[in-house]
Write a protein that binds this ligand. Structure first.
Ligand SMILES: *Cc1c(COP(=O)(O)O)cnc(C)c1O
Length: 358
């Protein structure tokens, strides 16, 4: 079943939906056809049945174990993507009169701001729009009385990443869609964390939300049942039919992370890949990286050709080497290599080889 595919193997640098480890894909393929030799696909099985209930519990406990999440926090598996969390988080946490700070580090923060400003007194505390989001603002002050601080921890499109969180007692709301499970977190710094799965967690279709329970139920506004975190907490992410198969594949991927040594091991794994690529970009006269050195993302590296006329040649060479998903986001142009947990060092080596041979 897999032998042909092994021969066609690609180096997948896509930004999302993104790479999953080989072993995860193989297990998922089996479960999609015949789950545990039960003669049924997991996709055909009840979300109330013993099998899936076990999968859901196991996935939650892996999230808790890998990120060291205590019982003050609920772990939810929702739908609607990170884009739904832009307003769902705001609706559930903010009162109209609350002062809430947002840091604008790119497209996703801008979208989050647009959705949240209807639910609070929103202040944009800092923005890197002045330099095409090529850096992460650090020197901004946290106003007195701020209720929450919203941050995008990794800017998937521009290739910047927060290397450390600001020192503040204000609970942080973090969009970690593109770097969750790539490094340890200090959970008590956060009020809420959200992440669409399709970058570094699993397939598209499930959204991970980690929320501090005591922050909920305080807004007094009407929240539709499906958009109320408390609905999903009370029903263990199964108020309605959860995205069964994406949750299963998420579980497999978390098991893979655990087997590799957990998120601490992912730090080293990702640093090694990122260092190799950024070193090549910096020393290769054909390429430049637009991002400030200390803010360069270990997940998504953006880079450009010094001579844009070579683009066709470079892309053709990439294609020949089996390199996929290297084109930059349409609003940034250039190139982007996404190096999520699942990507092997050998793929980055294949890319740098092509870059050197240009
Ligand atoms: C991809 C992405 C989103 C949007 O995610 P959806 O699940 O497609 O809604 C939001 N924030 C960041 C940082 C992303 O990378």
């Amino acid at each position: 079943m897999y032998s042909n595919l092994d021969k066609m193997k690609k180096h997948n640098f896509s930004a999302g939906p993104a790479i999953l480890p080989e072993s995860v894909k193989k297990q998922a393929a089996k479960a999609a056809y015949n789950y545990k030799n039960k003669g049924l696909s997991l996709m055909e099985m009840s979300h109330r049945g013993k099998d899936f209930v076990g999968i859901l519990e196991n996935t939650e406990s892996l999230v808790r174990e890998l990120l060291n999440i205590n019982d003050d926090y609920a772990v939810l598996f929702l739908t609607g993507g990170a884009s739904t969390q832009f307003y769902m988080a705001a609706m559930n946490l903010f009162k109209d009169s609350d002062k809430v700070g947002y840091v604008d580090t790119g497209v996703w923060s801008t979208k989050a701001i647009k959705e949240a400003k209807n639910y609070c007194k929103l202040q944009v505390l800092a923005s890197s729009a002045d330099k095409q989001y090529s850096y992460v603002p650090k020197k901004y002050s946290i106003p007195a009385g701020l209720k929450y601080l919203h941050l995008t921890t990794n800017n998937t499109i521009y290739g910047t990443q927060l290397k450390s969180m600001p020192k503040t007692k204000v609970p942080i709301i973090a969009d970690m869609s593109s770097d969750i499970f790539s490094r340890p977190i200090k959970i008590n710094d956060y009020g809420l964390i959200y992440a669409g799965a399709q970058k570094n967690v699993g397939p598209a279709g499930v959204t991970l939300v980690i929320v501090k329970k005591q922050l909920l139920g305080k807004t007094k506004r009407f929240i539709p049942t499906m958009l109320d975190y408390q609905t999903h907490i009370a029903k263990g992410s199964s108020f309605n039919t959860p995205p069964v198969f994406p949750i299963y594949v998420t579980m497999l991927n978390l098991q893979w992370i655990k087997s590799k040594g957990g998120v601490k091991a992912m730090v080293d794994r990702n640093k090694e890949k990122a260092n190799l690529l950024y070193e090549e970009i910096d020393q290769n006269p054909f390429f430049v990286c637009p991002v400030a050195k200390r803010d360069r993302s270990h997940m998504n590296a953006t880079f450009q050709l010094t001579n844009p006329k070579l683009e066709k040649k470079f892309l053709a060479a990439c294609k020949k080497a089996g390199i996929e998903g290297i084109k930059g986001h349409r609003i940034v142009g250039g190139f982007r290599a996404s190096m999520y947990n699942g990507l092997e060092l050998s793929s980055v080596k294949a890319l740098t080889k092509v870059m050197r041979s240009l």
